[in-house]
Design a protein around this ligand. Structure first.
Ligand code: FPP
Ligand code: MG
Ligand code: MG
Length: 389
């Protein structure tokens, strides 16, 4: 393994774009209604890791020198000149925001034309790609607001969760609002393929959450070990945890005018990275204390969730079947499952599977020309395996 790459901090490569991210998202979320503003922006604050936008921005830069589909000589980005028009609702804004100008695409053109924005020449990231990174984070924040209602969560990132701080009603509405504003920003990119990708993500997140809600019990899981239970888990994991980053990576390449081969590679990087990260998450739930994790540990079994460690353990210990089917709901189930997982090779196999996804992510982008940004993406995939939270 190349030692020097560990000295590189991926976030510094796109530091100037990352610095603007939170502020730009907050602008996209201004509603004129003070409490809606507050709830909608609650999960878009600076203490987040902002991993998804970081990956999107690095992907934009890593694909800059890749083959392009230059059909008619115009850069794809030139059609998205409308992205910087304020997207707040005119009805509210006219009362609250005197700077509202109405929709005049031509007047905004200069402000976003890549040719007139010097930083774009040096960072090689277009306005559309930056906006995509913001949209990705907005969809993520929306899903967290809803997720914490569904999970009845009390904390996130060491703070009270949105549902706890504002109540379920406001948390749900704020999540919907984030999706609405993300959709307007997405439409402003004027790229139907990218709209389709990100709209599919929103559906995928719900599909993944539904698969987890039912966890296959009664429908696909029987008490006898079957490999299809693992397939179900991987499919669920893709939808819930890898769809957003994989399709956002693809969208970043598409917005840069990349060829299909490059867009496919970007997608594969994101898909394998997302799967690797979730497997590590599922592993940490078994191996790390709540304090180190910043959220309740050993939570999955208590929530009735059968993730990779217990599914692998089931191959060795048949008696886990009935517990998985009844979602560890009887007294002693959680403790019994935990003991069997510890005795099994389930944790080790989960780690190995995460490592193999991480290797596939790195392999996918090996067709990109050498760059700092590509190295940053490689490092994110590598470092995810050894993280402790
Ligand atoms: C976190 O998982 C949750 C998700 C990654 C997706 C949740 C999706 C929905 C609630 C569907 C609705 C989607 C949208 C876009 C509004 P987790 O609960 O396992 O992780 P946690 O420990 O971070 O809570
Ligand atoms: Mg949750
Ligand atoms: Mg959840």
């Amino acid at each position: 393994e190349a030692a020097p790459s560990f000295t590189l901090n991926p976030a510094t490569i796109v530091a100037s774009e990352m610095k603007m991210l939170t502020k730009n998202i907050q602008d996209l979320l201004s509603s004129g209604h003070p409490s809606l503003d507050k709830v909608a922006k609650y999960y878009v604050r600076s203490e987040g890791k902002h991993l998804r936008p970081l990956v999107v921005l690095l992907m934009a830069r890593a694909t800059y020198n890749c083959p392009k589909i230059e059909q008619d000589g115009t850069k794809r980005d030139s059609i998205s000149a409308s992205i910087n028009i304020p997207i707040s609702s005119p009805t509210i804004l006219q009362d609250f925001n005197p700077t509202y100008q109405g929709t005049e695409p031509t007047s905004m053109r200069a402000a976003v034309d890549p040719q007139t924005t010097p930083s774009d020449i040096t960072t090689q990231i277009s306005p559309s790609q930056k906006r995509l990174a913001e949209i990705t984070e907005m969809i993520h924040a929306a899903s967290l607001l809803h997720d914490d209602v569904i999970d009845n969560a009390e904390a996130r990132r060491g703070n009270p969760s949105g549902n706890l701080a504002f109540g379920n009603k406001m948390a749900i509405l704020a999540g919907d609002f984030l999706l609405g504003r993300a959709s307007v920003a997405l439409a402003r990119l004027r790229d139907a393929e990218v709209v389709e990708l990100l709209a599919t993500v929103i559906a995928n997140l719900v599909e993944g959450e539904f698969m987890q809600l039912h966890n296959g019990a009664g429908e696909t899981i029987s008490e006898k070990y079957s490999p299809s239970a693992f397939d179900y888990y991987i499919q669920k994991t893709y939808l819930k945890s890898a769809s957003l980053i994989s399709k956002s990576c693809r969208a970043a390449a598409i917005l840069g005018g990349s060829t299909k081969e490059i867009a496919d590679a970007a997608y594969l990087y994101g898909k394998n990275l997302g799967l690797s990260f979730q497997l590590v998450d599922d592993l940490l739930d078994y191996t790390i204390t709540s304090q180190d994790l910043g959220k309740p540990a050993q939570a999955d079994l208590k929530l009735g969730l059968a993730t990779a460690p217990v599914l692998f353990a089931w191959e060795q210990y048949e008696e886990l079947g009935p517990l998985i089917v009844r979602k560890f709901s009887e007294p002693g189930d959680v403790e019994k499952a935990l003991a069997l997982v510890q005795r099994s090779n389930g944790l080790e196999r989960t780690r190995e599977l995460a490592a193999s996804f991480s290797a596939k992510a790195i392999e996918a982008i090996s067709i990109f020309p050498d760059s700092e940004a590509r190295e940053g993406l490689e490092q994110i995939a590598r470092k995810g395996l050894t993280r402790k939270k």
